[in-house]
Design a binder for this molecule. Sequence first.
Ligand code: ATP
Length: 283
Amino acid sequence: MEIIEKAPAKINLSLDVLHKREDGYHEMKMVMTSVDLADRIVLKTIEGDRIVIHSTNGFLPLDQRNHAYKAAKLLKDTYHIEKGVDITIEKNIPIAAGLAGGSSDAAATLRGLNRLWNLKLTKEELATLGEEIGSDVPYCIYGGTAYATGRGEKIQQIKDIPQCWVVLVKPKKGISTWTVFENLSFEQLVHPEIPQMLTAIEADDYSQMVNSTGNALETVSAVKQPDIKRIKKKMIQFGADAALMSGSGPTIYALCKKYSKAQRVYNGLKGFCNEVYLVRTLK
Ligand code: ATP
C-alpha cells in the first residue's frame, strides 16, 4: 500500500517575538498561511521494523536528523508499531528558507502514517505529538490560515485570507534560525500590528491585510543578509502590494492581488535571483 501526502510551505503574514522564556524558547505571536509550493511525501510499507528515507534533494539528511524520520519514529515508539516504512521526500520547498519545509514534511508524515497504520488519531492528537519535533509542526498539521502563540505551537485556526498571488524569493546566502534569535535585541524590534491583521482577515479586507503585514525578525536578519532589503525594495518597485520576510528568513515574499502584477514582480526578480517562485495562497 502507498500513501501520498502534500506538504505545503507556509509564509508568516505577521511574526512577533515578545520575550525569551525561562525554558529558553521565545514567546511568539504569528499569523501564518499555506501556499501551493509543496513537497510530496510518499509512504510505503516495507519488510522489517525500520524507517528508510529517500529524497530527490541531495542536501537533505536521510537519517534520524530528517524531520520525516523523527515523525515516523515518534509514532512507532508512542503506539508500539512494529512495521517498516519507506519515506520518499520529493523536495520542492527550499531548505532552511523560513518556509517550514522540514516541519511540513514531518506533519505530512504524521498525517500519512496515521492513515497507513490506521491509527485513527485526531488532528489535535497529531499536533500534540508534532510539538515534540518542532514548534511549527502543529501548524503544519492543520494548514490553512492560523494564529499561533506560545513558542508557535498553540494554534487557533482562523478564516482563510482573501486569495492572492505570492512571489517567493530565496536569496543565495542563508541565515540560521539560531543566529537570528541569538542576535535579537528587544529594544530594536519593530512589532507588527497583529490585532489589525486579525481584524482584516476576519473582514476579508485585502488592503488592510497587506498594510498590517510585518515581521519583527526582519531587521535582525537584514543585518546578516543585506539582499533582504534589496529584494524587498525591488518587489515594491515592480508593483507588489506588500513585501516581507517569512519566518527568520532569508526568503522574502511579495503579495499581489492581480496576476499581472505578480508576473511583473516574478519576471523582475528572476533576473536578480536564482530561486524565484510564483504561487497562490492555499485555502
Ligand atoms: P522553519 O521555518 O520552521 O524555521 P525552515 O524552512 O527555515 O524552517 P527547514 O527547511 O525546515 O527550515 O530546514 C531546517 C533544517 O532542518 C535544515 O538544516 C535541514 O537540513 C534540516 N532538515 C531535516 N529534515 C528536513 C526536511 N525533511 N526538509 C527540510 N529540512 C530538513
